[in-house]
Design a protein around this ligand. Structure first.
Ligand SMILES: [Zn+2]
Length: 499
């Protein structure tokens, strides 16, 4: 075959997350993956907390990472993969992974849309020769997760062949142009892609929403899809210009997470609900749980704490992530809150700094002369009220050092279970807190577009073909668009589709 485009959907089919779509353009002789995630639900069915996969074959067998033979790919994964311990310059022992570097692959690249684990985690095992295209801050966040957790078969992101981009850039893979463009999601550094294939533009939406504080970014992506401004501004050939302008969008590969069930919600409503609670608040402290890198939610809670002169207490791991985002801002809103400057934010620290990232964050606070905002667990015990504690789980040390004589409240505000943390432990936390007489509230806004926003988004793009993925209910799209000029195709895992 030497013309046309073939799509093979491996993950994210009839399921939320684990996206991996192989796109092959035969005319341009290009093979790329769109996202390379692991389905967290399936992962949880096989591994308990603290258990890890033993080898790559096991991951392929339980369908967590793509089967390269079935896809006629060579050199997709690293052949040498063993845990090693080595000595650092300071004499300290470190664990890492040993990898091979010199095998070739017929895959030309992997594009990662955003730093949620169900979109990138399988990168851990790839051949380090393969280029990985992603946003500047997307890479930073992936590396921060990597550095702040133990190395394992699914946490090994060292020495990847990163090729980073920002909105406004054009990627060129063997002559195939791809325009990455920012979208609003529950995590910073989320992108959609316009792939200028030999059969016409193919859109990969990634995860997105229209009701977040940065919904303007999704609007701008939509505008880009309709006008091709970025590519046109850098094309001189008049025939090419005309061809780009006149081509209908060939296909839209769209995240459809909430098509079957939506709520009218927004970050603004979250803020309003919290303010309502505070206007008449009988509680002394509040435990808060949300996705760590949900920057908008962090800002909402931090602003509330500041307004009511409460302390906002986070761990040093949280501080490390926010510090990285502040450092390499991709959008103005990520300057606020500034972890070094905001004096109402306090950092709960353990006695010893054993990891490099801990040393890095402690050093940054010291240099900025803000280390008086470090708080020991002993100091936490002495607080007599007016404080938030941000938690991802209830660890022993925290339980030992929280003053449960005070009146506490738990607010669960996790928005995308399975996207960041593998184990959604909210109900477990809620149950445990019942023993202390701590009531639980749920205050929520999703990272995914509502059903009506999805339908309008698809209609505006008006593609020839729609592939709904990242949803358990793709059949909704078939029904909804049955009388429209948009043809809906429901992909099946590993079934090739020729465009
Ligand atoms: Zn996501």
């Amino acid at each position: 075959m030497n013309h046309g485009v073939r799509l093979i959907f491996v993950g994210g089919v009839n399921e939320i997350g684990g996206n991996a779509v192989l796109l092959e353009d035969f005319e341009k002789n290009v093979k790329i993956f769109l996202d390379f995630g692991i389905n967290t639900k399936r992962y949880n069915d096989h591994y308990k907390k603290g258990e890890f996969p033993k080898n790559l074959e096991e991951l392929v067998r339980i369908n967590l990472i793509p089967n390269e033979e079935k896809l006629s790919l060579q050199g997709l994964y690293t052949k040498m993969f063993s845990k090693i311990t080595f000595k650092q310059e300071n004499g300290k022992k470190m664990s890492g992974m040993l990898l091979d570097y010199h095998q070739s692959s017929n895959l030309d690249g992997i594009l990662i849309s955003h730093p949620h684990k169900d979109h990138y985690l399988a990168l851990s095992s790839i051949n380090r020769m393969i280029p990985v295209y992603t946003g500047v801050v997307t890479k930073e966040i992936i590396e921060a997760f990597y550095k702040s957790s133990k190395p394992s078969l699914i946490n090994n992101f060292g020495n990847l062949n990163w090729k980073t981009f920002r909105t406004g850039d054009i990627l060129d893979i063997k002559g195939m142009k791809i325009v990455p463009y920012h979208v609003d999601h529950s995590i910073p550094a989320a992108y959609g892609f316009i792939i200028y294939s030999s059969v016409g533009p193919i859109i990969y939406s990634g995860d997105f929403r229209m009701h977040g504080p940065l919904s303007r970014m999704t609007e701008e992506f939509l505008h880009e899809i309709k006008t091709h401004e970025t590519l046109l501004s850098r094309t001189e050939n008049k025939i090419e210009l005309k061809a780009i302008r006149e081509k209908r969008i060939k296909a839209l590969i769209c995240s459809g997470t909430k098509i079957n069930k939506s709520t009218i919600e927004s970050e603004k409503l979250v803020e309003e609900n919290l303010n309502q609670l505070f206007s008449n608040n009988p509680f002394d402290f509040i435990l808060v749980k949300h996705d760590r890198i949900d920057w908008d939610r962090f800002r909402t809670f931090s602003n509330l704490a500041k307004k009511y002169e409460w302390k906002y207490i986070i761990t040093e791991k949280d501080a490390y992530f926010y510090y990285l985002l502040n450092k390499d801002v991709i959008h103005d809103t990520m300057r606020n809150p500034n972890i070094l400057e905001e004096d109402h934010i306090h950092i709960l620290i353990k006695k010893h700094a054993t990891n490099t990232w801990q040393k890095e964050i402690r050093q940054a606070f010291k240099e900025y002369k803000k280390h008086h905002r470090f708080m020991s667990y002993k100091q936490l015990k002495q607080l007599d009220g007016k404080f938030f504690v941000y938690i991802t789980y209830l660890d022993k040390q925290l339980k030992k050092n929280l003053n449960f004589n005070l009146k506490g409240l738990f607010i669960s505000s996790s928005i995308d279970p399975y996207a960041e943390e593998f184990y959604d432990n909210t109900s477990h936390i809620r149950k445990e807190l019942e023993d202390y007489g701590i009531p639980a509230y749920r205050i929520h806004a999703s990272g995914h577009a509502t059903a009506h926003d999805l339908i309008n988004f698809i209609n505006e793009i008006n593609p020839e073909i729609l592939f709904p993925i990242h949803t358990e209910h793709p059949e909704f799209f078939q029904k909804i668009f049955s009388s429209s000029p948009i043809k809906v195709i429901l992909p099946e895992p590993y079934e090739p589709i020729i465009l």
